[in-house]
Design a protein around this ligand. Sequence first.
Ligand SMILES: Nc1ncnc2c1ncn2[C@@H]1O[C@H](COP(=O)(O)OP(=O)(O)OP(=O)(O)O)[C@@H](O)[C@H]1O
Length: 229
Amino acid sequence: MAELQASSLAVSVIGVHKRFRNGSAEVHVLKGVDFSLAPGQLAMLKGRSGSGKTTLMNLIGGLDVPSEGSVIVNGLELHKLNDKERTRMRRRDVAFVFQSFALHPLMTAWENVELGMRMAGLPSAQWADRIEYCLEQVGMAERAQHRPYELSGGEQQRVAIAKAIAPGPRLLLADEPTAELDTKMSARVLSLFQSLRVEEKMAILMTTHDQTMLEVADHVLEMESGKLA
Ligand SMILES: Nc1ncnc2c1ncn2[C@@H]1O[C@H](COP(=O)(O)OP(=O)(O)OP(=O)(O)O)[C@@H](O)[C@H]1O
C-alpha cells in the first residue's frame, strides 16, 4: 500500500537522516525528515542558513545518499536504481536550478537551453519551439544569442531556469531560484512556475527566504534542527 501511494507521488521522503563525517566528529544534519509532494504541487522550503535545505535537495536529486531512510522520486526508490535509470532520471525527469548556474561558458543562451533538451534525449523536431517558449517565459528571448559572460547574474539565472524547465521534467528542484532577481522578475518566474505546475503537472520544490514567495505555495516546509517543523 505504501509503495502504491508513493508511486503516484512526485516525491516521497521517508524517515531520512543524513550524517556527515568531519574528521573525527560527526555532524547529524537531517534527523528524521518525512514529507511528500504530488504532481502539480509547489512546495517552498525555508529555514535558517545551515539548517539542511541544500542537503535535503541533494538527496532528492540523487546527488547524495541518505544515511538512513528512503527517497522515492516518481515512484522509483533512488538507492535501488541501476545506472541507466539513474541517468534517465537525472537528465529527463528531474531538473535542478542551483545557485551555481551550470551554464556552459562558450555556448549562447539558446545553445545552453538546447543542450538541456539534447541531454534529455528529446526529438530535435521539438527543440526550437520549446527553447523559444522557455526563453520568452523568462524574458530572455532577445538575449538568446548572448554567452554567459555577456549576461548579468540575474540574466544567467533566468537562462538556467529556462534550461531546467525546457525538457519538461516531472520534478523541478530549485535552490533560491530568484535570489539574483528583482521583484518584478521574481514575480514573473513565480508565475511561470505556477503555469508549469498547472499545465504540465510539474512538481516544484524550491528554497527561498522571500516571504512574498511563500504565500503562493501549496506547502511551506520549515527546516528546524534537522527536522521539518
Ligand atoms: N559534505 C559535507 N560535509 C560536512 N558537513 C556538511 C556537508 N554538507 C553540508 N554540511 C553541513 O550540513 C549543514 C547543512 O548544510 P546545508 O548546505 O544543507 O544548509 P542550508 O540550509 O542549505 O544553508 P543555506 O541556506 O546557507 O544554503 C551545515 O552545517 C553544513 O556545514
